[in-house]
Design a protein around this ligand. Structure first.
Ligand SMILES: [Zn+2]
Length: 86
């Protein structure tokens, strides 16, 4: 199975394209999931975690969520506190 993301207009919703060959192929399934995510409504809520030393991305569950997990929010808060009081 070949999966492709057709995204010619960055302001428009991307289009998912599929060509069936072997649906049991793991990389294909992973690529399909990525493309389905990027073509779906959740991509609007994809965020990069701004915490120091965090490289994760997350789907924002609510408007006030700013970090991927609570420990990242705590680390960012401690880092700001440390920078203020140095
Ligand atoms: Zn994080």
């Amino acid at each position: 199975m070949t999966v492709r993301l057709e995204w010619t207009d960055p302001d428009a919703t991307p289009v998912l394209g599929l060509t069936a060959t072997d649906p049991s192929d793991l990389p294909t399934q992973l690529a399909r999931s990525v493309v389905e995510f990027l073509a779906g409504p959740q991509r609007e809520r994809l965020r990069a975690c701004p915490a120091p030393r965090c490289v994760r991305y997350f789907v924002q569950d609510h408007g006030r969520q700013t970090h991927c997990k609570t420990s990242c929010a705590n680390r960012a808060r401690a880092s700001r506190h440390y920078a203020r009081n140095r």
